[in-house]
Design a protein around this ligand. Structure first.
Ligand code: NAP
Length: 298
């Protein structure tokens, strides 16, 4: 299979490249390959003649999107429309990533793929529009909603992923780290997501999928687990509610995803979120600060 990976040096892209090493992979990098430049991007893809195009690119600095809606829609929606059209012209499968933020968080039990979205922010609305464009223009497409990604490459758009941010802030001498305890999510290791994407594209079971780690936690619980497992001091993490934290963009209070379709087609479940975190820390931390007290499953 010939596979073009857009954003190949990003957090998820960096794990997709090795996960697909048995295929002919064409990594594409911003700014040389920019999905908002529809004509140039289309020309590059037409010259590569991929069987599959995987788009990891996004403008996902969620608070910044509130002030830069045009840019958010340019990258997360209109460029995705153009990619979907190009893929249709090439008869290529499109794999596109979306977000748990498409939901409003009112439900309080895990969201199924069929549940009605209710975006609360510019970012969420732009990503949901991107999903609609993929559905409108590409019959052979996988849309994958995921949540709380972390990978060894670190998040390119945001500078650092959440784990790196917590460890960095603690090491820079902050006495306390305020972390919201009223947003419930599921952290997801990109290495596990990449492995499932590699399996999914070998099927023809196109459509919408939820793919995240197993279980749920608040960002506060996630932060405490980072310090517990890395031998740090969990008490540095202090709970705060979203109103007091005061982020610019609204976020769902509950955005845990039920991975129903993934289970139906027999893809292996993700690790429980704490095991995934332990496995990540095992690779990330220097050998004298290895995770303590938790089994590593994958
Ligand atoms: N991170 C999360 O917690 C999270 C949660 C839910 C869903 N998602 C979704 O998952 C996907 C992957 O996230 P990630 O964490 O791997 O992101 P990431 O590390 O920021 O990687 C995105 C990649 O896309 C590139 N890119 C940005 N704008 C581009 C453009 N206009 N044209 C071409 N490439 C462009 C980036 O390059 P530069 O950095 O050099 O610009 C980077 O290499 C995104 O669709 C995101 O919305 C992420």
């Amino acid at each position: 299979m010939r596979i073009a990976i857009i954003g190949a040096d990003g957090q998820l892209g960096s794990d997709l490249v090795p996960a697909l090493k048995e295929e002919d992979v064409f990594p594409l990098f911003w700014p040389k390959f920019d999905i908002t430049q529809a004509e140039t991007a289309g020309d590059v893809l037409r010259s590569l003649r991929p069987d599959v195009v995987i788009n990891t690119a996004a403008f996902h600095r969620v608070d910044e999107c509130e002030d830069r809606a045009e840019q958010a829609f340019a990258v997360n929606a209109f460029a995705v429309r153009d990619l979907a059209r190009t893929c249709r012209g090439l008869n290529a499968v499109l794999v596109h990533f979306s977000t748990d933020f498409v939901f409003d968080g009112e439900k309080r039990t895990p969201y199924f793929e069929e549940d009605r979205p209710g975006p609360l922010s510019v970012y969420a609305a732009s990503k949901l529009t991107g999903e609609h464009f993929v559905r409108a223009y590409s019959e052979r497409a996988f849309i994958i909603r995921t949540c709380g990604l972390y990978g060894l490459a670190g998040c390119k758009e945001k500078g650092r992923n959440f784990i790196e941010t917590m460890l960095f802030l603690a090491s820079s001498g902050r006495p306390a780290l305020q972390v919201v305890d009223d947003q419930i999510i599921t952290p997801t290791p990109t290495v596990e997501l990449a492995a499932r994407v590699a399996a999914l594209i070998r099927t023809e079971a196109y459509g919408l999928y939820h793919m995240t780690g197993e279980g749920e936690c608040s960002w506060f619980e996630f932060a405490r687990a980072i310090f517990e497992l890395s031998g740090g001091d969990p008490s540095i993490v202090v709970p705060v509610n979203s109103a007091a934290f005061g982020a610019k963009a609204r976020r769902p209070a509950y955005s845990v995803l039920e991975k129903a379709r993934m289970k139906t087609i027999g893809l292996p479940p993700f690790s429980p979120w704490k095991s995934g975190l332990a496995a990540y820390l095992e690779k990330k931390l220097p050998s004298d600060r290895k995770p303590v007290g938790f089994p590593v499953s994958e």
